[in-house]
Design a protein around this ligand. Structure first.
Ligand code: NI
Ligand code: MN
Length: 332
């Protein structure tokens, strides 16, 4: 069976998937044979999941894909590593060749990284293989979206030793035997012998199975004698997530502009950290693709209106702000 037959028969079957290799005028043979094979498989076994769907998706694969064609498509999907350079323009399924069921997930928006807000400064970052929890504080947090006992985490990041950032660190890390990233001073306060610690200090990077964790400066009390508070730049699945931790607006943030951060998690609570206006200035300096506010409304001292922060920041910086209710997620 030739590939173009496969495409047209898929269309004739009233399937809402259509694809082009390169621009519409180019022959399908421009995509490598591995991508061809994967897409043929995808069309054979997975397109039924999109029958009578709302949209017609246009799948782009191969080296000759052109930016203009992606921009013209109504629902473009990028498949295969050859198209990775356009991944900011459309949902992207990596692989050489891609796994057909992953193409399905990409189209459904189920692939990639999931970032879930658990309340205060606590987030989960989930990839297919790994779950990272940042600053676990769930017990005693009225806004917490889950119970500490229900959290599964392969890795844990702790920005500093205040109880609203590591209250549940011991129990979660011990039960999951998580790998913990923290300063040695914060680490010295933990008691979870079955967890493994990876210690670092601001400026230092640690390579990991999923990518890397870079410790960054934060201007805040550490809660650990002799130690400092820190932020993190997390690289996972080729995405970059900046977690500011508890901090004031600091000039170091401007250097993150070169990192092309996908999402910046910024405190807006004021009093103990940046307030909304400084968080907006931080966004301006960092230029992330989007901002998620954190560290607000957990206690009376840090009550803020995140929607007001969103309006102000989007108006003045044109950087999108996503306000996540505790328990809500976004896909990166
Ligand atoms: Ni703190
Ligand atoms: Mn705090």
């Amino acid at each position: 069976m030739c590939v173009s037959c496969c495409i047209s028969s898929a269309n004739n079957d009233n399937c809402s998937i259509r694809r082009t290799f390169g621009s519409a005028n180019e022959t399908p043979s421009r995509a490598c044979s591995a991508c061809h094979a994967a897409l043929v498989q995808f069309l054979r076994y997975h397109t039924h999941e999109f029958e009578n769907g709302e949209y017609t998706y246009q799948i782009f694969a191969g080296k000759d894909v052109k930016e203009d064609d992606i921009r013209k498509a109504e629902h473009p999907i990028l498949v295969g590593n050859c198209t990775a350079k356009f991944r900011d323009l459309a949902p992207f399924c990596k692989g050489c060749p891609p796994i057909p069921s992953e193409v399905t997930k990409t189209i459904k928006g189920e692939a990639g990284l999931k970032l879930t807000y658990l309340g205060h400064s606590c987030f989960l970052i989930q990839s297919k293989e790994y779950t990272l929890i940042i600053d676990p504080f769930l017990t005693g947090n009225a806004l917490a979206a889950v119970k500490a006992d229900d959290v599964k985490a392969t890795h844990m990041l702790i920005s500093h030793a205040h109880s609203d950032h590591m209250g549940d660190a011991d129990s979660i890390a011990e039960r999951n035997q998580s790998v913990i990233f923290c300063t040695p001073e914060t680490g010295a306060l933990l008691s979870c012998p079955h967890a493994k610690q990876e210690n670092g200090q601001p400026g230092g990077s640690i390579r990991t199975d999923f990518g890397a964790i870079k410790f960054l400066a934060a201007n805040h009390g550490s809660g650990a004698p002799g130690g400092v508070a820190c932020g993190f730049l997390i690289t996972i699945e080729e995405k970059k997530i900046y977690f500011a931790g508890d901090t004031s607006l600091i000039p170091d943030m401007a250097q993150l502009c070169d990192e092309h951060v996908d999402v910046a998690l910024l405190p807006i609570g004021d009093r103990f950290t940046m307030g909304p206006e400084d968080a907006m200035r931080a966004a301006q300096m960092i230029q992330p693709k989007q901002v998620v506010p954190m560290h607000y409304n957990t206690f009376p001292f840090i009550v803020q209106d995140p929607q007001q922060f969103k309006r102000m920041t989007e108006e003045q910086t044109h950087i999108p702000v996503t306000v996540l209710e505790p328990g809500a997620s976004l896909t990166l």
